[in-house]
Design a protein around this ligand. Structure first.
Ligand code: AHR
Length: 505
């Protein structure tokens, strides 16, 4: 048995749970849009061609914000192609994923989907092949009432009221050589500043995200953030982080410790942003928009066998997630929550089919992948204030990160409901972990909810929710939980993710 001790106190908080932390991402990539959220011929499709089954599952996940329309796609996208009468919209090549975009789903369709889901739109502008003027035109189209060229165009397209989009990404991953219109930090910093200021002159209420590093391992990481923010601090509100993790060469121990990298990434970006703040004598703080994160097996082929260049909605990076992946996603969510004072926007990438929380088949069923469970639970149960968790845990050895805590945790305190919510991971692959949680400062004495995701009889850590076996991996009651005199004891099965809630009797 492995052991850990957590100490929590209502006086030690990180800050309120940011509403936008539990977001997701819909890119015009692979089958995320077509046969993912949109499939007019599907038996469950509604009057807008939206898949009812995917919509229902999305509502259960309830992402608080959804980034759109890319991703690498946006850096070659002409937004004008995606508005107006559908029959007049052009088919265009998408260079990023070497597929064909039919534009049958566009801005108005996404807006209507987002409203049905009840989520906020986070819109990205193309700063790869286009620039300031097009970003401003799009903002005029979405946010101005009427009486100008682009606002009137929207009205002529049948959308009388402005879409009123508050959150905007100034491009995507322009630090990456793979990005159409890849730039140096200096080139991008100037462009972000100019575009941001011009957009703000149209709508002063918008919030702007500057492109940060595509991963902590980018050769330009650090220098990129520093230069970009030096040039654009006055014009932006957030800097982005993107991170994808995978198990390489069977090194599950290091993979399970991926959140160590995410913690470091966040700490280092915060330090860089604050250094620029001090150097530039700025008052405001730049926070982080962690707007792409997930497990992604990037070392595997991206396209499924049989996919040809310029296919429509090809199968691209449809990773099928295992129990191990769900446990890692649980630790990544913990990392984001632990940094809730500075990471105030999060967008898991992506919502459906493409490295998706959800999977769907054309004309067929839709289901939740293993990784959807920690996301959904935390989205609904992390409420109130994030608590600082003092952790003393047994360690295990990893090749990539040295000795790492066996137990990974985050926690929230909701004063209105007098509930502490604990999000716990046991990284040990073969031993259970006994976790003692000191909650003496809280008036809580009853376990009100305890669920776990772990392998059951006959399963192993590679078990997935696949076609024909959608619910193999899910949540089940966690039996071994008690609370006595303000100390909760939780026994976590090997390689597991769990949520435990304790409240006033
Ligand atoms: O989410 C998949 C891709 O990953 C996105 O298009 C890009 O921004 C990132 O590299």
């Amino acid at each position: 048995m492995r052991n850990a001790r957590l100490t929590l106190d209502p006086a030690f908080t990180v800050g309120p749970v940011p509403h936008r932390l539990f977001g997701s991402f819909v890119e015009h990539m692979g089958r995320c849009v077509y046969t993912g959220i949109f499939e007019p011929d599907h038996p469950t499709a509604d009057e807008d061609g939206l898949r009812g089954d995917v919509l229902e599952l999305t509502k259960q996940l309830a992402p608080t914000v959804v980034r759109y329309p890319g991703g690498n796609f946006v850096s070659g996208f002409d937004w004008e192609d995606s508005v107006g009468p559908r029959e007049e919209r052009p088919r265009r090549i998408d260079r990023a994923w070497r597929s064909v975009e039919t534009n049958q789903f566009g801005l108005a369709e996404f807006d209507s989907w987002a409203r049905k889901v009840g989520t906020e739109t986070m819109m990205a502008v193309n700063l790869g092949t286009r620039g300031l003027q097009d970003a401003c035109n799009l903002l005029e189209y979405t946010n101005l009432n009427s009486g100008t060229k682009y606002s009137d165009l929207r009205v002529a397209h049948g959308t009388k009221d402005p879409l009123d989009i508050k959150l905007w990404c100034l491009g995507n991953e322009l630090d990456g050589p793979w990005q159409t219109g890849h730039k140096t930090a200096h080139e991008y910093g100037r462009l972000a500043a100019e575009t941001g200021m011009a957009m703000r002159s149209i709508d002063p209420d918008i919030e702007l995200v500057a492109v940060g590093s595509s991963s902590r391992s980018m050769p330009t990481f650090g220098e990129w953030e520093s230069t970009v923010l030096d040039l654009s601090y006055h014009a932006v509100d957030y800097i982005s982080c993107h991170a994808y993790y995978e198990e390489k060469d069977g090194d599950a121990a290091s993979f399970l410790a991926s959140a160590v990298d995410m913690d470091l990434f966040i700490d280092q970006v915060v330090a860089t942003a604050d250094a620029v703040r001090a150097k530039g004598k700025h008052n405001k703080r730049i926070n982080i928009s962690f707007d792409e994160w997930n497990v992604w097996y990037q070392s595997r082929p991206h396209h499924a066998p049989g996919v040809q260049p310029w296919d429509v909605a090809p199968r691209v990076i449809e990773d099928e997630y295992s129990i191990t992946d769900a446990v890692v996603v649980g630790t990544l969510l913990n990392s984001l929550l632990r940094h809730a004072d500075r990471v105030t926007i999060g967008a898991q990438a992506q919502l459906v089919n493409v490295i998706g929380l959800l999977r769907s088949e054309a004309g067929g069923e839709a289901w939740k992948q293993t990784i959807a469970h920690p996301f959904e639970q935390m989205r609904h149960l992390a409420t109130g204030d994030v608590l600082r968790v003092a952790t003393t845990s047994d360690k295990y050895e990893t090749d990539k990160f040295g000795d790492v805590d066996v137990v990974d945790a985050s926690a929230t305190w909701n004063d209105d409901t007098s509930t502490v919510s604990l999000f716990l991971v046991n990284r040990d692959q073969s031993e259970a972990a006994s976790v003692e949680v000191s909650l003496r400062g809280f008036d809580v004495s009853k376990v009100v909810n305890a669920k776990v995701l772990a392998a059951t009889e006959g399963q192993d850590r590679h078990t997935t929710n696949a076609t024909g076996s959608h619910d193999q991996v899910g949540l089940r009651p966690l039996q071994d939980v008690s609370i006595v005199d303000g100390v909760a004891t939780v026994v976590l099965p090997p390689l597991s993710w769990a949520v435990v809630q304790v409240a006033k009797a």
